[in-house]
Design a binder for this molecule. Structure first.
Ligand code: BGC
Length: 346
């Protein structure tokens, strides 16, 4: 009996590699996390961080940052469970149909996903900064769908710890009703090649909560996570932000953590929770953060309270962002900003 047991363990180690990590076992991705349970999948993203300003710059490096393998190691070592990787795919394709994604660029995205996987980090591949589609959706639709056909084809055999986020912060001419149609078509495009991976979708109002009630996720598609972005109070989180007109006037705004300030956040999150319960969708707070021009004490208080509220509401979260203007990591000194990190991971 005992010998039999030992032999079977030995055989198992030799043949199947019992030590294989279930999240990164490419041979049986669907067995690990059944596609019927996006709530279980969402847990992989429980404590995530955005790798902002890397692959979402017009070209990697243009915004002062290049990805390094060591960043992924460090993120995992600190205890994050996942990374959201914003990618400006739209700027790296052939000009004409079928809008083939540049091979070197796609390989770089694959490299980044592989680094995450090597560290057992879940990964969101996020279509980011597709500016042209916000100005002229109909003209961009074929390219948008072609991007998703190519991305899903490239990652379809990856484990279930890879997620697809259809589009960051739709807005402008990509209004709520247009977005519902585009979303439906993008989901169908992904599903034509990939029935496994969980899809992440947000609202047409810059991914915020104001447009939640106009969002229509096809009822037949269960393998979806709802995402929202949270930067309230905006005058606090975006004070002095160079890309927001007039934001210099908000410099000096603090967040003290008064009951009124906290209640506003609790109520906003309550609305999201209520929406999610009605629609039976898991929730990812996909971006939140306060810009470095706010005072550090306020940033820490606000970040910590947002994290606590999200967790109390069973939401996963992804902090905006790793190493740039909101950064919890200082790339110059290769070191973490400890108090901010502690606000995220106490
Ligand atoms: C945008 C970033 C911006 C951040 C906070 C993101 O979705 O892509 O450019 O820094 O939101 O405003």
């Amino acid at each position: 009996m005992r010998a039999c047991f030992l032999i079977s363990i030995l055989a198992c180690l030799l043949l199947t590699g019992c030590a294989a990590n279930p999240l990164t076992d490419k041979s049986q991705p669907d067995k690990v996390l059944p596609r019927s349970d996006p709530f279980a999948r969402n847990k992989l993203l429980t404590k995530s961080i955005n790798l902002g300003n890397f692959l979402e710059a017009p070209n990697e490096g243009d915004w002062g940052l290049k990805l390094k393998a060591s960043y992924f190691d460090s993120i995992a070592a600190k205890g994050f469970s996942g990374v959201r990787i914003p990618v400006r795919f739209s700027a790296h394709t052939a000009a004409d149909s079928p809008f083939t994604i540049n091979t070197d660029f796609m390989d770089r995205v694959v490299w980044a996903v592989d680094q995450a996987e090597r560290n057992n980090l879940a990964t969101i591949v996020d279509l980011h900064h597709y500016q042209e589609i916000f100005a002229d959706p109909q003209n961009e639709k074929a390219k948008f769908l072609s991007l998703w056909r190519q991305i899903a084809t490239r990652f379809k055999d990856y484990p279930a710890s890879v997620f697809y986020e259809i589009l960051n912060e739709p807005h402008d001419k990509l209004d709520a009703s247009t977005w519902n149609v585009f979303l439906n078509d993008a989901i169908n495009t992904v599903r034509a090649v990939d029935s496994l991976h969980t899809i992440i979708v947000g609202t047409a109002g810059w991914g915020g909560i104001s447009d939640m009630n106009s969002l229509e996720i096809p009822a037949t598609e269960q393998n979806v996570i709802f995402t929202f972005h949270y930067y309230e109070p905006f005058h606090f989180t975006h004070q002095g932000a160079e890309w927001v007109d007039g934001s210099d006037a908000w410099l000096g705004t603090k967040w003290q953590g008064t009951s009124d300030e906290k209640n506003k956040i609790i109520l906003d999150f309550f609305q999201v929770k209520a929406w999610a319960q009605t629609h039976n969708r898991p929730v990812l707070l996909g971006e939140f953060g306060a810009y470095s021009k706010a005072d550090m004490e306020s940033r820490i208080r606000w970040t910590s309270f947002v994290v606590q509220t999200a967790q109390a509401d069973s939401m996963s979260w992804a902090y905006w962002e790793f190493a740039s203007g909101f950064g919890v990591f200082d790339p110059q000194n290769d070191s973490w900003r400890k108090p901010l990190l502690q606000a995220l991971l106490p």
